[in-house]
Design a protein around this ligand. Structure first.
Ligand code: NIG
Ligand code: FE
Length: 406
């Protein structure tokens, strides 16, 4: 006997092989113990639904998709950077603001100053906005603390958000995000500190599911990122990288060389980086909200990713500077309109491929027996509507491990 069964709706399983969206018209989906027990055409059910499950739900006129996965966010931070938005409109560049001590450094100040409970409260609001659009799994990075105490504070808040909001949170340690003021002009000393102090502390506290770094001229060199990756690897943690966002420093190939789960941003990635990612199975995480906010004109090499079979994910990059975004549906739209992805690719980017980017592709991101029962029910006539509309939220409800949340 199953716990729940949904009938009457159409199901976008997002299974990779098969029809577009893995679609099953007139489908049924059954859940037992928080896991998908059965999915297929309702006509193939082994008996009348009422005799198969304790609860039968009518999803007529709705589409069921996997719960959405936002695989790249910096959701936990203090303060905001609306003033920098104004400065960019007055002509200052993102890089110039960063070099003048604004940018990430200004958020570091506000995050260090924030009480843990206050940080939780402001972050909770942002998480609620994502969840309201069907996000059931979110990655949250540190990187606005840069000292041990504040990095751990951010990661604890991230874990607590997961425990209290019915959303799976995957944490990523991003100590190598920017150079903190106490290490001014001493980037190698700061990388020593990350490798010997803050990263081991986060790992030991069980607060890091993965390790990220920002490889860029305004952040850390490929050699410095590699040192962080060596330490992460020694600690048994998977890696990912902010790579080739503003220039091509070979970040994608560097990440692939470490078997990274993902390389993210990638506007300036060249063919050799794409080939290295393909060989390593590294997911390309595209962040159209940052592209849009920074008015970037260099497009990520989507066609090359397709050609070489690199899985593409799409995420919000939710952060106070380059992507003040709390809408995953808007990112699906931007992935299509700005990056020329198809609506099906965009949805796969926030489900199946996003799960892979977090190392949870065996259990999340696709509707199939044995996978987590994380679902969204949408009041839409076809799945492409999720990417097509702008500023419209057709979520009827989301289900986390079989339990209704929104
Ligand atoms: O992903 N690129 C580096 N980090 C963030 C931006 C952080 C910030 O501006 O506060 C990003 O775009
Ligand atoms: Fe980011």
């Amino acid at each position: 006997m199953w716990d729940d069964i949904w009938i009457g709706g159409d199901i976008a399983t997002m299974a990779r092989d098969g029809p577009p969206y893995g679609a099953i018209r007139g489908g049924a989906l059954a859940v037992a113990d928080g896991t998908i027990a059965w999915v297929g055409p309702a006509a193939d059910l082994p008996g009348p639904p009422g005799g198969l499950a304790a609860r039968v739900h009518d999803a007529s006129g709705q589409w069921i998709t996997p719960g959405l996965i936002d695989c790249h966010t910096h959701l936990v931070y203090g303060g905001n950077r609306a003033r920098e938005f104004e400065m960019r409109l007055e002509g200052a560049s993102y890089e110039a603001i960063a070099r003048a001590g604004g940018g990430i450094a200004s958020t570091v100040g506000a995050t260090r100053a924030a009480r843990e409970d206050d940080l939780f409260a402001v972050s909770e609001t942002r998480l609620a906005a994502l969840a309201a659009e069907g996000v059931t799994t979110v990655e949250i990075k540190s990187g606005y603390g840069l000292d041990v105490e504040t990095e751990l504070k951010q990661l604890r808040v991230a874990r607590r958000l997961g425990e209290t909001h019915g959303v799976t949170v995957r944490t990523t340690f991003l100590g190598a995000h920017a150079l903190p003021p106490e290490f001014a002009e001493r980037p190698d000393d700061y990388i020593d500190f990350v490798c010997s102090e803050s990263l081991p502390a986060a790992a030991q506290a069980g607060l890091a599911d993965a390790v990220d770094a920002f490889c860029e001229s305004i952040a850390f060199s490929p050699g410095q990122a590699a040192r962080v990756f060596d330490k992460a690897t020694a600690l048994g943690l998977p890696v990912k990288l902010h790579a080739d966002q503003l220039s091509d420093l070979g970040g994608a190939a560097l990440a692939a060389g470490y078997g990274a789960l993902s390389a993210d941003h990638l506007e300036y990635t060249g063919a050799s980086g794409v080939l290295a990612m393909a060989a390593a199975g590294t997911v390309a995480v595209l962040l159209p909200g940052a592209f849009y906010t920074l008015r970037e004109t260099q497009l990520p090499p989507v066609e090359l990713f397709r050609e070489h079979g690199v899985p593409i994910a799409v995420a919000t990059d939710s952060n106070p500077g380059s992507a003040p975004v709390t809408s995953i549906l808007l990112m699906l739209n931007m992935a299509c309109t700005l990056f020329r992805m198809t609506p099906e690719e965009a949805l796969a980017g926030a489900t199946r491929n996003a799960a892979r980017a977090l190392g949870i592709g065996e259990t999340h991101g696709v509707l199939a027996p044995g996978m987590a029962a994380d679902l969204c029910l949408w009041d839409i006539a076809e799945p492409a509507e999720l990417a097509y509309r702008i500023g419209f939220n057709p979520l009827v409800r989301s289900i986390k491990k079989g339990i209704s949340s929104v």
